[in-house]
Design a protein around this ligand. Structure first.
Ligand SMILES: [Zn+2]
Length: 302
């Protein structure tokens, strides 16, 4: 650990579809923020992702007068604390790669790297909805379900680096298969994909999570059934988090965090399922929106 303050901060948010780069000046103001597509498709490889990430870091470094900066990267996967290699990544080309070490070697300086849900949680804890709370659990509800835990503005990683990965608690023994190898994970229930799958299995045709929620609000009986089950599953799973960790606040992010009912009915259900007669745990909508991931990445920088 160095005590020399680095004036500039570079954050990289590596997603499945885009790589976002942010450069913060010594006063914490954004001076560069850009998005480029993540190399995808049949022919793209790990080397392509590595090269594009390095290119974006060098692009940001070129904007800094003396080139002195911290660098942090958020990734859609877990870095195994023992091997330094990536495990359980949605972006499968990253799996088993020493991504952090490979980048550090190519740019000739160390970089920090954390799971994207952890970066989200850190950003919302420092400057967003969770500000002022000593322990915050961050939840990403999107195509999958992620989570992260912050104590006193620091990411808590756990023994293996998987702390907060509640999306892969297997809760339905004969449930839908999950990419992680388990069945009936939380992610198969309360993600957008999970809601759409529940509808398809019950009614035999496709409907997106967004459409299900909209039609439920208009009184469509089939959609109401699916949406009620979704809110009840959300309540049970989040109620379990409250019982396990008793966080001071929970912050929701991801596409599904825009569903207003999560903050009324969903929150009431979560509190009902928690192991306390009158829990007060606030379940809050994120304040930084799309920006949380890349700001969190900038703040973990070394
Ligand atoms: Zn799973």
């Amino acid at each position: 650990m160095t005590t020399t303050p680095h004036p500039y901060r570079i954050g990289i948010d590596l997603g499945g579809t885009k790589i976002e780069v942010l450069l913060l000046d010594p006063d914490g103001r954004p001076v560069l923020r850009e998005r480029v597509p993540t190399p995808r498709g049949q022919s793209s490889t790990y080397t392509d992702i590595l090269a594009e990430t390095v290119r974006q870091i060098k692009h940001a470094l070129a904007h800094i007068p003396d080139g002195e900066s911290t660098i942090g990267i958020g990734i859609p996967g877990i870095i195994d604390t023992r091997s330094g290699r990536i495990i359980n990544a949605n972006a499968t080309r990253l799996i088993d790669q020493a991504f952090q070490a490979d980048i550090a070697r190519q740019i000739g300086r160390p970089v920090a790297m954390e799971n994207d849900a952890d970066c989200f949680t850190l950003a919302e804890t420092r400057e967003g909805a969770g500000k002022g709370h000593a322990m915050v659990f961050g939840i990403i509800l999107g195509t999958g379900v992620g989570g992260g835990l912050c104590f006193h503005n620091k990411i808590f990683r756990g023994r293996h680096g998987i702390a907060g990965e509640w999306g892969h608690i297997a809760v339905v023994p004969d449930g839908r298969p999950c990419f992680c190898g388990n069945r009936g994970c939380v992610e198969t229930l309360i993600s957008g994909t999970g809601m759409a799958a529940a509808y398809r299995e019950s009614f035999g045709h496709e409907l997106s999570a967004k459409a299900i929620v909209e039609r439920a609000r208009q009184g469509d009986a089939n959609c109401l059934t699916i949406f009620h089950n979704f809110l009840d599953d959300f309540g049970r799973c989040v109620g379990g988090i409250i019982s396990l960790l008793d966080p001071e606040a929970i912050v929701l992010g991801g596409g599904l965090s825009n569903i207003d009912e999560l903050y009324s009915d969903g929150t009431a259900l979560a509190r009902r399922y928690a192991f306390h007669p009158d829990p007060q745990t606030p379940i809050l909508k994120n304040q930084l929106g799309d920006s949380a991931g890349v700001y969190g990445a900038a703040w973990i920088g070394i």
